[in-house]
Design a protein around this ligand. Structure first.
Ligand code: SF4
Length: 437
């Protein structure tokens, strides 16, 4: 029996799909390369934007038709989209060919849900309250990569940014015990992984729910003792990113000086409306301190253009931060209404044309900054983890700053740390030559 998982959304969802894979393979299934070869098809969904949901509904419709020809197929739909009760009810009512409907916290019991369906041949639905997260440890995980791995450290989010649906579908913050995280990272290093990314909606809140001295800096120091490897983390929240953490990153040997720090907006008025809890000045002081302590650090961000009430001056504040910080990379989005969030009910929604026009100005500025950042790397030598073959049969890999670099070399170097001198660059890529090989 074979299975196929299609996943939408963020890194947390990608890693959820690895957990689902582990539970399904425990039941004797093996991975299929596509829908047509699979008896079990899982749609692991995202609901950050309405568009993502529309795609899933379309996919369910197509699979339901396919199942008429292949009645032995099992269709499962789950994750953030079905965590919303009204959506789960809609799928249950409209698509009787769907066999399993599960919530964000119920993927941990997927193996049991699958057994029930295979025995009873009837539809099962399991959706716990978003705030009732029971962390299940020692779940088998099928890793999609052999060098880089994700490790969950905290689930959910308490921030309730006014445009975001995540707290409603992933619930309140719940941290994993340090011992389990250390054990998982140790196992990964023992089995040859070289690049570990700690995952959470807001990793900087790690340990706060323990109500003791546990915090994110403490976890990083603990993990730093486990050997020589690359340790990364995402996502961070500027309000919870203190200077102690910057110093911790600086003083560890494994934590990469690569920071993803979502700004969303540079205008204090809009940041307040977004319920983000910091100011432009605070954000700039933080990035200034990061560059002072770690001059070679790379910083990336998320920005929303056209949030309700955003004026030209508010937008210029955002442009000013982008100009000032000089991000290596920015994920830029035009605000779109997400039903169920506070911002969806806000007045002064910005016209689409205005959003588009601002988005393109921001994109042009960021392209200029990315090019500037890459030009500063010209002629310098970087440690690169070789990930495999990239464009034009050259090797590709990443620096500790998570910058992609392409260079000539033998595939036998895959998985190795090599030194590469940057010889050329463009906005999104770097090119180099191997040093000393
Ligand atoms: S920090 Fe804000 S944007 Fe990020 S997941 Fe939490 S509520 Fe959403």
């Amino acid at each position: 029996m074979k299975y196929f998982i299609e996943v939408w959304g963020c890194q947390m969802n990608e890693h959820d799909a690895e957990t689902l894979g582990g539970l399904i393979e425990k039941k004797g299934f093996t991975k299929a390369d596509n829908y047509n070869d699979a008896q079990l098809i899982v749609l692991h969904t995202c609901c950050i934007r309405a568009k993502a949901e529309d795609k899933v509904i379309g996919r369910i419709g197509a699979l339901s038709k396919l199942k008429k020809k292949r009645p032995e197929m099992i269709i499962a739909v789950g994750g953030c989209m079905t965590q919303q009760e009204e959506v789960a009810k809609y799928i249950e009512k409209r698509f009787d060919k769907v066999d399993i409907i599960y919530g964000t916290h119920n993927l941990n019991e997927f193996d049991n849900l699958l057994s029930t369906v295979m025995e009873n041949k009837s539809q099962v639905k399991s959706i716990s309250d978003a705030d009732q997260m029971d962390i299940r440890e020692y779940i088998p995980i099928t890793r999609n990569d052999k060098l880089k791995a994700f490790v969950n450290i905290i689930y959910g989010c308490n921030n309730y940014c006014s445009y975001c649906i995540v707290p409603y579908v992933r619930g309140r913050e719940k941290s994993r015990e340090i011992a389990y995280i250390v054990e998982e990272v140790k196992e990964l290093l023992d089995s040859g992984f070289k690049d570990i990314t700690l995952l959470g909606q807001n990793v900087n809140s790690y340990g706060k729910d323990f109500k003791d001295e546990t915090n994110f800096s403490m976890l990083l120091k603990e993990l730093d003792r486990l050997g020589d490897y690359r340790l990364r983390f995402m996502s961070s929240h500027p309000r919870d990113f203190d200077l102690e953490l910057v110093d911790t990153i600086k003083n560890t040997k494994n934590v990469c000086h690569q920071i993803h720090l979502p700004l969303q907006s540079g205008s204090d008025k809009i940041i307040k409306e977004m319920n983000r809890g910091y100011t432009k000045e605070h954000y700039l002081a933080l990035t200034e301190y990061i560059y002072k302590v770690m001059p070679e650090a790379t910083i990336s961000t998320d920005i929303i253009v056209g949030f309700p009430g955003e004026t030209e001056n508010d937008f210029l504040d955002t442009m000013d931060v982008v100009e000032n910080v000089g991000y290596d990379q920015a994920y830029m989005f035009m605000y779109s209404i997400r039903e169920g969030t506070r911002a969806a009910k806000m007045e002064n929604q910005v016209p689409e044309e205005t959003k588009k026009e601002r988005f393109h100005r921001l994109l042009e500025l960021q392209k200029k900054k990315s090019l500037e950042r890459n030009s500063e790397m010209q002629g310098k030598i970087y440690e690169v983890l070789v990930e495999g073959l990239g464009e034009k049969n050259r090797l590709t890999g990443r620096t500790r700053g998570n910058k992609v670099i392409n260079f000539k070399g033998d595939i036998s170097l895959e998985g190795e740390l090599v030194m590469v001198k940057v010889t050329d660059y463009n906005t999104w890529s770097l090119y180099g030559e191997l040093i000393g090989e």
